[in-house]
Design a protein around this ligand. Structure first.
Ligand SMILES: *Cc1c(COP(=O)(O)O)cnc(C)c1O
Length: 381
């Protein structure tokens, strides 16, 4: 019975308990926006923008409606031509590649490293053609890609770098010379998502675009606002993508806790690491020397074709798990006209068959983690 009591509470992400801890502050901020009736582009949006710029150490943050729009607008700002090639990992969320296809650009899907699950300079270099114009590295699961190498390939081939930072906001990347930058502020443009389950989650949809380039920031802001240069004067075809004031007010409060949230996620990851590292059947997450991890997900690699059996075993014990991601993007039906059928990405395929994400969030406790890790260990007994 004791176990059932614990398992009743196990969730991949516990947003209700997180809310309860900051409820008074959040409720007051929401009511303030409602009473001001400044729902769209109100002062809260500008305050959050300024606070996020300061937190990230980036010159320009442009809030928008969601992380997918952020990627789309970033690409639109580059002035690319139909058929231009954009390199993306095949092991990512669909949004990263979807927006490329939507803009009539060509997604060039590449494999990832089997340790970091991210793309690398070597992988990118092999995929470059005269038509390549941009690279979209994805800081998957909360840790930066090997950006120094990626930036140098990009520079050599004159390519734009757009970081899909939906999963790694708050993570720091350290260069060989010792300087460091926040994830999403390293390339030409960075994008993020404030989807509720993301590390900096709103209570609805939201997203943002980051850049240090003034001209790009102006272009991005214009595109996100109907291509408008001055009220009712439209210079380019844009879209309507806004972060609403209530979400901005919520995010502005949660931003103050972001480092604490990352710390809490790291404590969960440390617990999992030490409990699971001795299991031969499992590869625990790679820890990059040059990037700290904010553990959007704690994703293990389950060896010997045992992933689905382990998942089932944990599920029977009330422990939820998720598979991010079950199908390589190049194998998705939606992309059949964009990728060569014969394209083989062996690491991505192996990962899709082997990865398993365990519950990780800001509200766990040692009892819960013990229960989860004991269950994983007992599968291997
Ligand atoms: C969540 C996510 C997105 C999309 O964000 P939305 O706000 O849901 O549109 C894009 N890329 C990655 C890697 C993501 O995890």
């Amino acid at each position: 019975m004791h176990n059932i009591e614990i398992t009743d509470k196990i969730q991949m992400v516990d947003l209700k308990t997180q809310y309860r801890r900051i409820k008074t502050e959040i409720n007051e901020a929401i009511i303030e926006v409602i009473e001001s009736a400044a729902f769209i582009n109100g002062p809260k949006v500008k305050e959050f923008q300024a606070n996020l710029e300061a937190y990230l150490g980036v010159k320009h943050v442009i809030p928008c409606a969601n992380g997918t729009d952020a990627l789309q607008i970033a690409l639109m700002a580059l002035g690319l031509k139909p058929g231009d090639e954009v390199i993306v990992p095949s092991f990512t969320y669909v949004a990263t590649a979807e927006v490329i296809a939507l803009l009539q650009l060509k997604p060039i899907m590449v494999d990832v490293r089997s340790d970091t699950f991210d793309i690398s300079a070597e992988i990118i270099e092999k995929a470059i053609t005269p038509k390549t114009k941009a690279i979209v590295p994805v800081h998957l699961f909360g840790q930066c890609c090997e950006m120094e190498g990626i930036l140098s390939v990009a520079e050599r081939h004159n390519l734009f770098v757009i970081e899909d930072n939906a999963q790694a906001i708050g993570s720091d990347y350290t260069f060989k010379n010792g300087s460091s930058k926040k994830a999403g502020t390293i390339g030409h443009i960075g994008t993020t998502s404030f989807y509720p389950a993301k590390n900096l989650g709103a209570y609805g949809d939201g997203g943002a675009i980051f850049t240090n380039d003034k001209a790009l920031s102006e272009q991005i802001r214009m595109i996100a606002n109907h291509g408008q240069s001055k009220k009712y004067y439209h210079s380019v075809i844009g879209c309507n993508s806004r972060l609403d004031s209530i979400q901005a007010a919520i995010l502005d409060i949660k931003l103050k806790y972001l480092d604490d949230y990352a710390h809490r996620r790291n404590k969960v990851a440390d617990y999992y690491d030490s409990a699971l590292k001795e299991l031969n059947g499992i590869q625990i997450p790679y820890r990059h020397e040059n990037s700290n991890h904010v553990f959007h997900q704690y994703t293990i690699l389950v060896k010997n074709g045992k992933r689905d059996a382990l998942r089932q075993y944990l599920n029977e014990r009330g422990i939820p798990t998720m598979i991010y991601y079950p199908v390589p993007l190049n194998k998705q039906k939606a992309f059949e006209h964009y990728v060569d059928k014969a394209l083989k990405l062996p690491v991505t395929e192996m990962l899709c068959d082997s990865v398993l994400s365990l519950p990780i969030h800001t509200e766990t406790n040692d009892g819960l983690l013990k229960f989860i890790t004991e269950a994983v260990k007992s599968f291997y007994d």
